[in-house]
Design a protein around this ligand. Structure first.
Ligand code: NAP
Length: 456
């Protein structure tokens, strides 16, 4: 018998659970996938954009894993400062795999970053994804122009959601309040700004291209921004993804004001996405105590892949600033942490304490390797960690643990939401959508989620 807890039910957690039961030679292996929320799927539910139905449909693959007879979902159990400590978890399970992701946004570290009207893109994403901890709901209120800082896939997601018309968002599972606010949005200019060139941007080509096919928006690229990119002279030498990105933005620059328009010439509703490069943010500007714009310094390539400032500046007017400059891992009390990398130190997934493997503790996903890669990147990462854990299984199985972890959790005052509770939430969301004349609509608050889970 080997009882394993996987902390986090996003893709890395679910793939880890799957790898453990698939690779295991231990017939009695039992895996509990714990989550702080009563809902599974992590960033697939609370990060993948609502209009990306195809990626969202990955949930059905994750569901199949969580319904495996040797795997159980245990939601509404927090591991961390307000919940279970890593030490206590090891009293319940022979081994624990932390798949807790990278929960925070990176900071810009420029003046004005925290002004009203300046948000991390992760807060904006949480809001339109109905995360029950999302506090703010006035993102687009009063804004006509938005600046998105960064040119990664999160920047592309939030720029696209800002530029979508209400009719495009209506069929998605966006919560009702966010749908109403986005439908009433007066944002017509979205500036997505990179500090380096298009050949170095982090977005992937499929996501980038999608900006050019939005029915309500056109895309503009300033040819002067592109001319600075040294790779433009010989794009064929670039890795394929960068070369394709370059081709897309080059196409938009060449098309001028026509870029992004539908072939039938439909008017793009006045919405424009301006994709800018070689501008680094130096200050978020204020007027009457709120965001009024962003001051950027023009940069040029420094010859080593980075950029240097030129001492010339450009202000872009905006009433909304979304900082999409990457995620970072958060330290968990009781676990070692490498602040420079934002990850837990490990060797092939085994947590290292003072350089030595810590018995029974493992990591997978972004907290292991940093916030990079697409969902599928988590598969080999999970497999490696599961392999390490299973190699250690004979020693782990000798650890003395509680006979019934769920009963012990309840005795300790936790109120776990199991799979049936989650299915009840799903049903409640379908019923909510039906009552609104929409498809399934997410419940966006803790009280609503927990009440729905009780109706199992
Ligand atoms: P990311 O890919 O690391 O992109 C971060 C962007 O922010 C880069 O353009 C970076 O520029 C810029 N940046 C960082 N620090 C900055 C600063 N101080 N000032 C100005 N710009 C700064 O991060 P992400 O967009 O958050 O994405 C995280 C991961 O999730 C990625 O692996 C991404 O592919 C994945 N994701 C995938 C999808 C999808 O597949 N549809 C959707 C969302 C997210 P530099 O390059 O110059 O550092």
């Amino acid at each position: 018998m080997l009882r394993v807890a996987v902390v986090g039910s996003g893709p890395s957690g679910v793939y880890t659970a799957q790898s453990l039961v698939e690779q295991s030679a231990v017939p009695g292996i039992q895996v509990h996938v714990l989550d702080r929320l009563p809902c599974p799927y992590g960033l697939v539910r609370y990060g993948v954009a609502p209009d990306h139905e195809k990626i969202k449909s990955l949930q059905s693959n994750l569901r199949t894993v969580l319904e495996h007879e040797r795997i159980g979902f245990v939601g509404n159990v927090e591991v961390g400062p307000h919940g279970l400590t890593p030490e206590r978890l090891l009293e319940l399970y022979h081994a624990v795999v932390y798949c807790v992701g990278a929960a925070r946004d990176r900071r810009l570290c420029v003046p004005g970053e925290d002004l009203p009207g300046s948000f991390s893109a992760t807060d904006f994403v949480s809001w339109y994804s109905a995360h029950p901890d999302a506090a703010e709901d006035g993102f687009v209120l009063g804004a006509r122009s938005a600046v998105v800082i960064g040119v990664g896939n999160v920047a592309v997601d939030v720029a696209r959601i800002l530029a979508r018309g209400p009719r495009e968002l209506y069929p998605t599972d966006v919560p009702q309040a966010a749908l109403g606010a986005l439908a009433a949005s007066r944002v017509r200019e979205v500036h997505m700004v990179g500090r380096r060139g298009p050949s170095q941007a982090k977005f992937t080509t499929k996501e980038l291209r999608e900006l050019g096919s939005l029915p309500c928006a056109r895309v503009l690229v300033d040819p002067a921004d592109l001319a600075l990119d040294p790779a433009f002279a010989a794009p064929e030498e670039l890795p394929a993804v960068n070369r394709r990105n370059v081709e897309v933005v080059r196409g938009w620059a060449a098309a001028g004001a026509g870029a992004g328009r539908e072939p039938d010439g439909r008017e793009p509703d006045g919405r424009t996405i301006r994709v800018r490069f070689f501008l680094r943010p130096v200050e978020v500007l204020a007027e009457h105590g709120r965001v009024a714009g962003v001051r950027f310094e023009r940069t040029v390539p420094d010859g080593t892949g980075g950029v240097r400032g030129t001492g010339t500046y450009e202000d872009i007017e905006a009433q909304l600033v979304l900082r999409a400059v990457g995620y970072r891992g958060v330290p968990m009390a009781g676990l070692p942490f490498d602040p420079a990398q934002g990850t837990v130190p490990h060797a092939a997934g085994r947590v290292l304490r003072d350089g030595a493997p810590s018995a029974g503790e493992y990591v997978a996903g972004w907290i292991k390797r940093g916030p990079t890669g697409v969902i599928g990147t988590n598969r080999p990462c999970a497999k490696e960690t599961a392999g390490s854990l299973l190699a250690d299984a004979p020693a782990l199985a000798r650890r003395v643990v509680a006979a019934d972890p769920l009963a012990t959790l309840r005795a300790w005052g936790h109120e776990p939401v199991e799979w049936k509770g989650w299915l009840a939430i799903e049903q409640a969301e379908a019923a909510l959508g039906h009552s609104l004349g929409r498809g399934s609509v997410k419940i966006a608050d803790w009280q609503g989620l927990l009440a729905a889970a009780q109706r199992r």
